[in-house]
Design a protein around this ligand. Structure first.
Ligand SMILES: [Mg+2]
Length: 468
C-alpha cells in the first residue's frame, strides 16, 4: 500500500495586474481597478498540488494573502483522502477556528480567504481524480453531492433531504445534459463593451465585435450620469438590434422564444442588461432606473443598491416590475445566508453567485441548490482575473446536476487576462463557453509561473520596472 498523501504546506502570491491604466473594469463605484489575485497553492508530499485564488481589485490583496495563510495552516498535516471523503465536513472544519471566526464570521477578508483555500482543495480533489472540477462533481451520486454541500444556517430554506430528492430527480437525465453541454457550450454574455471609462467610439466598436462573435446578451455599466447612460445605451441598442451586424452564419433569434421571453429582447433577439455596482440608495435606484427603462429596455438592473440590503432589493424589484425591469445581484453577497434571504424575500430575478466571494465550491453548491428550489436562474458573476476560468465549472454543475436548465441563463464573460492561466476558458463561434475538457486542469485556475514572477506585488519584474 502506498503511503497516504498529506498536505505539507502552502504558498501564497499577491499578484496584481495594472488594469487601471486602460480603464478596463471601470464602473460607477470602482474607478481604478488593478485586477488582482490572492493566490494559493496547497502542497503535498507527492506530485499533487491544489491551486486556488480569490479576486480583489488591488490594495488589500496582501491582507487577503495573510488571511489565506491563516486558513491554509489548518490543512497542514491532514491526509487528503480524509478531507475529500466529505467536503462539506471539511468546509465546516476550515471555518471552525474559534479565533479566526471573530474576524468574520463568514464575511469579509477571512471569508474570501477561505474561498481561495476551499477552491484550492477542490482543485486538488479534481486533479487527484483526473477530471475537470465540474466533471468530478456531476459524477458524484446525489448522496455524495449533498455531503459536499454546506447546510448550516439554511435548513429553513432547504434541508439535505429535500436537496437529495431534487438531485435524484435530475440524476436520470444527467448524461444527456452533459453530452448536450459538451456539444453546444454554455450561454455567455459580454460586459467588456460597456465599461464606464470607455469612449462612445470604443463602446460601439466593442459592441459590434461582440455581436459578430455570436454573443446575444450584453451588459453596460450605469449610474454616473443619466444622460450619458441613455446616450451610451442607445448606441449599444442601435447596434445589437440591427440585423445587419449579425454574423452571416447566425439568424436573428426569436425574442418570444422560451430562452428570451420576458428579457426585453429586441428584433434580433439581443438582450441588454445594466449594472450600477451599488451606487444608489433605494429611492434613487427606483427613480434612476425608471428613466432608463423605456429608452434602453434592459432585462435587469444589477446591484442597484448596497449588497447587504435584502429588503431594499425587494423594494426596488417591486417598484420596477410594472416597467418590465428585473433585479439581479450577488457578486458581493458574502455568504449563503444572504442568498437565502434574497430568495425568501423575493428580492431577485437573477442570482449572481461569485466563485470566490462565497467561501469556495461547497458554499456555492448550497446556493445553487437553493436557487433551483426557488426557481431563480443562476448567472454567475465573472470577469476580473480568473473568475471566468472558475465559473464555467459552476454553471455546468448547475445545468447538469442541479437545476437542469441553461437556455435562460447566461454566464458573464470578459475577455481580459486569460493569457495568464495554463488552461484558460474559451468561447465557441456561437458566443458560448466551451466545457473544460482537460483531465489535468482541475478547477482551471493554475496561473503561469512567469505571470506570477512578472506581476507579483511589489517585487515582480513589472512592478519593479514601474518603480524605476
Ligand atoms: Mg456587476
Amino acid at each position: 500500500m502506498s503511503s497516504p498523501i498529506i498536505i505539507t504546506g502552502y504558498e501564497t502570491h499577491d499578484v496584481r495586474f495594472p488594469t487601471s491604466l486602460s480603464g478596463d473594469g471601470t464602473d460607477a463605484m470602482n474607478t481604478d481597478c488593478d485586477y488582482s489575485s490572492a493566490y494559493v497553492s496547497l502542497l503535498t508530499n507527492s506530485e499533487l498540488v491544489g491551486h486556488g485564488m480569490t479576486f480583489t481589485i488591488g490594495r488589500g490583496n496582501d491582507i487577503v494573502c495573510a488571511a489565506i495563510g491563516e486558513v491554509a495552516n489548518r490543512l497542514v498535516g491532514k491526509e487528503v483522502e480524509a478531507l475529500f471523503a466529505n467536503m462539506g465536513k471539511t468546509w465546516d472544519y476550515l471555518l471552525a477556528d474559534s479565533q479566526l471566526r471573530w474576524i468574520g464570521p463568514e464575511k469579509g477578508v477571512i471569508h474570501i480567504a477561505t474561498g481561495a483555500v476551499d477552491n484550492a482543495l477542490w482543485d486538488m480533489f479534481a486533479k487527484a481524480r483526473r477530471k475537470p472540477l465540474w466533471k468530478l462533481i456531476v459524477d458524484m451520486s446525489p448522496e455524495e453531492l449533498v455531503n459536499a454541500t454546506v447546510f448550516r444556517y439554511i435548513t429553513d430554506a432547504i434541508t439535505p433531504e429535500e436537496a437529495l430528492a431534487m438531485l435524484k430527480e435530475k440524476e436520470k437525465t444527467k448524461s444527456e445534459r452533459e453530452a448536450h453541454a459538451r456539444e453546444v457550450g454554455y450561454p455567455a454574455y459580454v460586459t467588456s463593451a460597456g465599461w464606464l471609462g470607455y469612449s462612445d467610439e470604443k463602446v460601439a466598436r466593442l459592441t459590434k465585435e461582440a455581436v459578430s462573435q455570436g454573443f446575444n446578451h450584453f451588459k453596460m455599466k450605469v449610474g454616473a450620469d443619466v444622460a450619458s447612460d441613455i446616450r451610451r445605451g442607445k448606441i449599444i441598442r442601435s447596434i445589437i438590434d440591427d440585423p445587419s451586424h449579425l454574423p452571416p452564419t447566425l439568424a436573428p433569434r426569436d425574442p418570444n422564444s422560451p430562452a428570451l421571453a420576458g428579457k426585453n429582447a429586441g428584433p434580433t433577439g439581443c438582450v441588454l442588461m445594466i449594472d450600477a455596482n451599488q451606487v444608489w440608495d433605494v429611492p434613487q435606484a427606483i427613480a434612476y432606473v425608471s428613466q432608463l427603462a423605456e429608452p434602453l429596455r434592459p432585462w435587469f438592473i444589477e446591484e442597484p443598491t448596497a449588497p447587504d440590503d435584502i429588503l431594499g432589493h425587494a423594494a426596488v424589484r417591486e417598484a420596477l416590475r410594472p416597467l418590465g425591469v428585473g433585479v439581479a445581484t450577488g457578486e458581493h453577497a458574502h455568504n449563503r445566508m444572504v442568498f437565502k434571504q434574497l430568495l425568501q424575500a423575493k428580492a431577485i430575478d437573477v442570482c449572481q453567485i461569485d466563485s470566490c466571494r462565497l467561501a469556495g465550491v461547497s458554499e456555492v453548491l448550497s446556493v445553487l441548490l437553493m436557487a433551483a428550489k426557488f426557481g431563480i436562474p443562476v448567472c454567475p458573476h465573472a470577469g476580473g482575473v480568473g473568475l471566468c476560468e472558475y465559473v464555467i465549472h459552476l454553471s455546468l454543475i448547475d445545468y447538469i446536476a442541479i437545476s437542469g436548465s441553461m437556455e435562460r441563463n447566461v454566464l458573464e464573460f470578459v475577455d481580459h487576462l486569460h493569457e495568464h492561466f495554463i488552461t484558460p476558458c474559451s468561447i465557441n463561434a456561437q458566443g458560448r463557453y466551451n466545457a473544460p475538457s482537460n483531465e489535468n486542469e482541475g478547477y482551471s485556475i493554475e496561473m503561469k509561473k512567469q505571470s506570477i514572477a512578472e506581476y507579483e506585488w511589489p517585487n515582480g519584474t513589472y512592478w519593479q520596472s514601474v518603480k524605476k
